[in-house]
Ligand binder design. Structure first.
Ligand SMILES: *Cc1c(COP(=O)(O)O)cnc(C)c1O
Length: 378
């Protein structure tokens, strides 16, 4: 018999996934409006004004959200952040990359540059899951790469240049952090992400905020392609993506519904108070989870160092007497969803997405639900 959680304890919305993450009802309503035959956007050409206007709203909104310095531009293309790893490998690394890898996602980008036959072997600085690795200046490196937030473990780092842009570009995987972690984009050359985490939309796109130095690098590297066996497929060309983005388009057909929900979320964040508001809200929600765990003798924040605990993805180890899988299944039976740990991490753990779309009161309710179940299960 499934355990029934009393309705008074349940969150109003039970979506706590780390990506895809909760989509707000207003975003789904924006989809309905976009499908209205009186002023259709869905089901119309991505080369015409209605869809291009959507892309413009996203680019203008992100420019405002991140307070972009002069010369920085927002590029986008199809394939999600995973595709952007290949874009960066093909178009940004001149000879050698250095990677900080402290979880699955950082390691995957490192594997991508390592596979490229036209690059020197990448330098990979690793750290145990639950801790962070930091980049360090190196004379022979021309791209430095780090995750902002490692979604697989719930650890985050502050973003700071390790070298002048002329010596090495800083390329940041902000897939789960962008829009809710503090950042000075002027410290970065590429700050890239996908819409299914903080931006509460569907997956399938990548967005990359590029500095003038990054744009110049892509132009230089792509012009030289052909030397040292480098080949830049058009689909992976950053200069092509930039040229299309400047016209509020993508190289090939984007998921228009993803853009509708993304534009709505960017404007929602701006209306609420922008990045500072989003940072405060996720900090509140994750703080609820961490202090709750610290007050339970059967729960411990996985990331030991408080400053490295992610404010958007909170990971909590459970005492071995409590089986996380059983607990997560019982939560699911009650409509409280997707708090499982990253599959390859293999820990007895809860992982809770505390993105800005999630209500802090719903996070409080989630902790009450876990308390209730732990009382019944043990
Ligand atoms: C989710 C995630 C990715 C993968 O994003 P896709 O859009 O699915 O390719 C990459 N990096 C980080 C840090 C992520 O959280």
């Amino acid at each position: 018999m499934p355990i029934v959680i009393p309705p008074s304890l349940l969150p109003a919305d039970g979506r706590f996934g780390s990506g895809p993450s909760k989509v707000r009802a207003a975003q789904a309503e924006a989809l309905l409006a976009a499908g209205d035959p009186a002023s259709p956007v869905l089901g119309t050409s991505h080369r015409q004004a209605p869809v291009r206007d959507l892309v413009r709203r996203v680019r203008v909104g992100l420019t405002e959200l991140f307070g972009l310095p002069d010369g920085y531009e927002v590029a986008l293309g199809n394939g999600g952040s995973t595709a952007f790893w290949e874009v960066a490998t093909a178009c940004l690394v001149r000879r050698k990359a250095q990677h900080a890898a402290f979880g699955e996602f950082g390691a995957k980008f490192a594997a991508a540059t390592r596979r490229a036959p036209f690059l020197e072997d990448s330098e990979v600085i690793t750290a145990e899951p639950g801790t962070v690795a930091r980049l360090r200046p190196a004379g022979d490196v021309d791209v430095y790469a780090t995750p902002h937030n490692e979604t697989s473990t719930g650890a985050m780092v502050a973003i700071e240049r390790v070298a002048a842009p002329d010596d090495g570009l800083l390329v940041v995987d902000a897939t789960s952090g962008a829009g809710a972690l503090p950042v000075d984009v002027a410290q970065t050359d590429v700050y890239y992400f996908a819409p299914q985490k903080v931006f509460a939309s569907d997956g399938g796109l990548w967005l990359a905020i590029c500095s003038p130095a990054a744009v110049a690098r892509a132009e230089e590297v792509e012009a030289d392609a052909g030397t040292r066996g480098r080949w830049v497929p058009e689909f992976l060309s950053l200069t092509t993506a930039l040229a299309n983005s400047r016209q509020d388009q993508t190289l090939n057909t984007p998921a228009v519904a993803t853009l509708v929900m993304l534009a709505d979320q960017v404007e929602w964040l701006l209306d609420r108070g922008g990045l500072d508001w989003a940072v405060a809200r996720s900090t509140e929600s994750s703080g609820v989870v961490y202090s709750w765990a610290e007050q339970r003798d059967w729960a411990t924040p996985f990331v030991r160092e408080p400053a490295e605990r992610s404010t958007v993805v909170a990971t909590i180890d459970l005492d071995e007497a409590i089986d996380a899988g059983t607990l997560i299944g019982a939560l699911r039976d009650n409509g409280v969803l997707d708090v499982f740990p990253y599959r390859k991490l293999g820990r007895n753990q809860l992982r809770i997405g505390t993105f800005p779309a999630v209500e802090p009161d719903d996070v409080r309710a989630l902790t009450a639900c876990v308390d209730h179940l732990v009382g019944r299960l043990s």
